[in-house]
Design a protein around this ligand. Structure first.
Ligand code: SPV
Ligand code: MG
Length: 669
């Protein structure tokens, strides 16, 4: 495509302003002339070749174009009869260099916004800029549109007409039909009329559609008064701001292309979603916030990068009050719809506008994202993520998993919440559920080799961090090996409980005989584990059974201090009471003396307390220790009973998930 700019005329109505140079060199701001702005936007739109018809101050204009240093290829065509002819003749003079291309045709005195040009170039058909919202001008062009096509263009049409400007994007076929008629006019000595008169003759042969730019700037400058209006409008445009928010840590061509479009609307401010918001919305970010921020800061056209702390845009929009918010159109429906609705209502409250562009699905990105996810599953990255998530969120949740399938459920189950997604942060490999799945009691009967096999099954299909229930940790001599094996597998934390001898499940409490280990022995086990540890990210959590075994609050607190002194990275306090008061009391008293060591709870019995309340009180990890197992057993029993009762499977099918849905849970490689 070539741009054709008509600059032969004398611009007499501009008075002294055109005494020494052609009208297109008139300054419209402290940094631009009409022509320099046109050329800059033409270049930015990707057009490389420009044909300029000259006449009045021919050589001044040519020198000026060269001085602009815009990497465009110029062809200048002089209209020697510029003083006595109209631009129809300038086009005629240039016919040989413009007859074989698509053409972007504009008068040399038109000032427009980038979005108008981009919108026109994006049209498949030939098009002319019109406005259905601007009043019909008295003396300037209007267009008559019939059945979606422009039929007549001229200053004399007032009925069924819309405001129009001499800015056209013309496909080669349409242009050649018009150019042929222009040549016929000029060769018949009709050189003093508008080129549009020739168009009106052949309009039936062209498919010229109106491009409605509404109130966007696209206007010609004929007089000093027009100039003043345009200058004002440009100042207003200069002040526009645009806001976009990104959660991505992988930039692809689709992101760059939407940024290019957004930057043309005004000063672009990018909100980068905080690590916490990203990890709840999609997956743990591969690159931390600060690095993602600097990635965007280094993109051309981005004026400022700010943090967006939540999925909701509210905080940033109320502070920045941008003229536009730009987003892909993928949030019109689905999980992000409530976020979009909120954005729309905030924008409406101060007159901002939402601009949506078609969402681009990039297959390369999907592939990269898949690879990123599998990288998150590598032992080093997975292991390190629990500490990071704790630092990021303050409180994290872990759900029990005891197999590949339950791992997939913990990995992929998401609920929509306030326009975002809510999901578990980590997995708990419970001794109770691992044993129960094997039909065995929770007495350290299932050996470590078998427990590791469970971890391996889970690791193969998931990426989330793992907290391992290490029971008592066994003999010190054995525990040190367990620590290293768990580290190697990518487990983030082992929790060992301060019991000794034949361990029974804590939920039995004092109904069975269970012995608590001495502070000294257990502290030594912790110390040995910490010495054995090879990576900095692995954590050993000491679980205190004093409340379970009715040894009192003081004992629990004494142990917490001793175990942290021995090097425990976290403390789990357990209780089997429905009433959470003893847990709350422990947390409060522990926090009085220790502000930073993470506290873990397993609210199987005290299950009315919400995560928010735990967080407020100073708890850092909430483990849902057995719910998937407990939910599945009655479901399985019911299915078995139905088949037995009915002597067939039909009735049972109604409570079963169809197999094609189950299969969908399992990722394809
Ligand atoms: C487990 O899930 O195996 C636990 C937690 O150790 S509890 O069952 O509450 O003891
Ligand atoms: Mg256990």
């Amino acid at each position: 495509m070539k741009a054709l700019i008509l600059n032969s005329g004398m611009g007499k109505r501009m008075g002294v302003l055109t005494a020494e140079y052609p009208k297109c060199m008139t300054e419209i701001s402290s940094t631009e002339t009409i022509l320099s702005r046109q050329l800059k936007l033409i270049f930015a739109a990707g057009i490389k070749e420009v044909v300029i018809t000259t006449g009045y101050y021919n050589s001044v204009l040519i020198e000026y174009c060269k001085s602009l240093n815009i990497p465009l290829h110029f062809t200048f065509v002089n209209n020697p009869l510029y003083a006595d002819t109209n631009y129809i003749y300038s086009i005629y003079c240039a016919r040989d260099v413009i007859c074989d291309d698509d053409i972007l045709l504009m008068h040399g005195d038109i000032v427009f916004e980038a979005t108008v040009l981009d919108g026109m170039l994006a049209q498949k058909s030939s098009c002319m800029k019109v406005s259905t919202t601007k009043p019909l001008p008295e003396k300037d062009f209007k267009a008559i549109v019939l059945n979606g096509r422009i039929k007549k263009i001229g200053v004399e049409y007032f009925t069924d007409a819309v405001e129009a400007q001499a800015l056209y994007k013309l496909n080669k076929g349409d242009w050649q039909a018009w150019l042929k008629e222009i040549c016929r006019y000029c060769e018949n000595n009709e050189r003093n009329c508008y080129a549009e008169k020739a168009f009106n003759v052949i309009s039936e042969k062209c498919s010229l559609i109106p491009f409605d730019a509404q109130d966007s700037l696209c206007t010609e400058i004929d007089t000093p008064e027009d100039l003043a209006v345009v200058k004002n409008e440009l100042e207003r445009i200069e002040k526009r701001t645009v806001y976009m928010c990104f959660s991505t840590d992988i930039l692809h061509s689709g992101h760059i292309s939407i940024i290019r479009k957004a930057e043309k609307l005004g000063k672009l401010v990018i909100g980068v979603l905080s690590d916490e918001a990203v990890s709840s919305y999609k997956r743990f970010p591969l690159i931390p916030f600060e690095e993602r921020k600097s990635m965007f800061e280094n993109i051309r056209g981005v004026r400022k990068v700010v943090e967006q702390r939540t999925l909701s845009y509210k905080e940033n929009l109320e502070q920045l009050k941008p003229t536009y918010v730009v987003h892909g159109d993928d949030w019109i429906n689905g999980i992000q719809k409530p976020i979009r609705d909120e954005v729309c209502s905030i924008l409406a409250s101060y007159g901002g506008k939402l601009v949506e562009y078609p969402y681009s699905v990039d297959s390369k990105y999907a592939e990269l994202d898949k690879r990123a996810r599998s990288e998150l599953a590598t032992p080093d990255l997975r292991r390190a993520r629990l500490k990071k998530a704790l630092a990021m969120k303050g409180l994290i949740t872990a759900m029990e998993a005891h197999s590949g399938l339950t791992g997939l459920i913990v990995e992929n189950t998401i609920v929509e919440e306030c326009g975002g997604a809510h999901q578990f942060d980590a997995m708990w490999v419970s001794s109770l559920c691992d044993s129960t799945t094997k039909g065995k009691p929770d007495i350290e009967l299932v050996d470590m080799t078998s427990r590791f096999r469970t971890i391996d099954d889970i690791c193969e299909v998931t990426t989330k961090p793992i907290i391992f229930d290490g029971d008592t940790g066994g003999l010190v001599e054995h525990f040190v090996y367990t620590v290293r094996s768990l580290e190697r597998m990518g487990v983030s934390m082992v929790i060992i409980e301060d019991k000794t001898g034949l361990k029974k499940n804590s939920l039995f409490g004092t109904e069975v005989s269970q012995r608590q280990d001495s502070i000294e022995n257990f502290s030594e086990k912790i110390r040995a584990g910490k010495r054995a540890q090879r990576t900095k990210d692995f954590m050993i959590c000491a679980r205190i059974e004093s409340l379970i075994l009715e040894q009192g609050m003081q004992d629990a607190l004494r142990r917490a201090v001793a175990f942290t002194d021995a090097g425990a990275d976290a403390i789990m306090i357990h209780s089997r009471k429905k009433d959470p008061s003893e847990i709350f009391e422990f947390v409060e008293k522990f926090r009085e003396q220790n502000k930073s060591t993470p506290l873990v709870v397993v609210p199987t019995s005290f299950n009315t307390v919400t995560e928010e309340e735990f967080k407020e009180r100073g708890v850092n990890i909430v483990i849902y220790a057995n719910q998937l197992t407990r939910a599945s057993v009655p479901a399985m029993q019911k299915a078995a009973k139905l088949i037995l009762a009915k002597h067939r499977a039909k009735e049972c099918d109604e409570i079963c998930m169809p197999f094609n849905e189950i299969i969908r849970l399992i990722p394809e490689e």
